[in-house]
Design a protein around this ligand. Structure first.
Ligand code: ATP
Length: 232
């Protein structure tokens, strides 16, 4: 597994603290990040591949600094957005996966074969020449994942990848994510999915409120919500 290291990494925008300075070392295979809306989960996730830069401190992935060595970090860390439309840009499914592979495989014929093989791995082989707009929500999320995973990153950061999916696709995508050989950092509101991870971070008010094994972390989060509603 890669080593994801936060060294006093924090984010502020103007006067506002979006993520307080945070120290963390993540080496587990499956790490979930849970917490309320606006607590800072996406910011934490985006720091890992340099989509967001820390205002203080550093984030390192296998010793590579996400700011100074951003391009190298992004080769190691793939990022999957909540809304797959944010990352599907080509007209057809196969072309979209080919786009991901363009730097890795220069030969066009080879690249097409590799893209088709990737689609087949995710059950999308019969969608190769279909417009990405003609896909169902679940298929679109799978295609977005296929595009990211085609280049075999060591780490996958996925920001609420099941939020827009129905129950069946949430289960299917969740099972797929948890079975990947890659190290996974999964931001999610799905506590069942979080409970199946090896380590869970609970984020509240721009801080990590709890960090530990899944069952305890989920219980802490549920407890904090119950406490909050009693106080209201
Ligand atoms: N670039 C920015 N400028 C100003 N405010 C920001 C910026 N990025 C994030 N924020 C604010 O910081 C807070 C944390 O945002 P973040 O997206 O990390 O939360 P989140 O926990 O992922 O929320 P959600 O579950 O709703 O997706 C939010 O209130 C958000 O509006």
């Amino acid at each position: 597994m890669a080593e994801i290291r936060f060294e006093g990494a924090g984010v502020t925008v103007g006067e506002r603290t979006i993520l307080a300075p945070t120290d963390l070392v993540l080496r587990e295979r499956r790490i979930a990040v849970i917490g309320g809306n606006g607590s800072g989960k996406s910011t934490l996730a985006r720091l890992i591949n340099g989509l967001v830069e820390p205002s203080v401190g550093h984030v390192l992935v296998d010793g590579l600094d996400t700011v100074r060595q951003g391009a190298l970090v992004r080769r190691t860390v793939g990022f999957c957005f909540t809304d797959p439309s944010a990352q599907l840009v080509m007209p057809t499914c196969v072309e979209d996966v080919e786009l991901s592979l363009r730097e890795r495989i220069r030969d066009r014929t080879e690249r097409r074969a590799a893209a088709l093989a990737t689609l087949a791995r995710y059950g999308l082989e019969d969608r190769a020449d279909v417009s990405v707009h003609a896909l169902s929500g679940g298929q679109r999320q799978l295609l977005a994942l296929a595009g990211v995973l085609a280049v075999e990153p060591d780490v996958l950061v996925a920001d609420e990848p099941t939020t827009l999916l129905d129950l069946a696709n949430t289960r299917r995508t969740g099972d797929l994510l948890l079975s990947l050989p890659q190290q996974l950092v999964l931001v999610t509101h799905d506590l069942d999915l979080a409970a199946r991870c090896d380590r869970v971070l609970v984020v509240e008010d721009a801080r990590i409120r709890y960090d530990g094994p899944a069952a305890e972390a989920v219980a802490d989060y549920v407890g904090s919500i119950a406490e909050g509603s009693r106080e209201r």
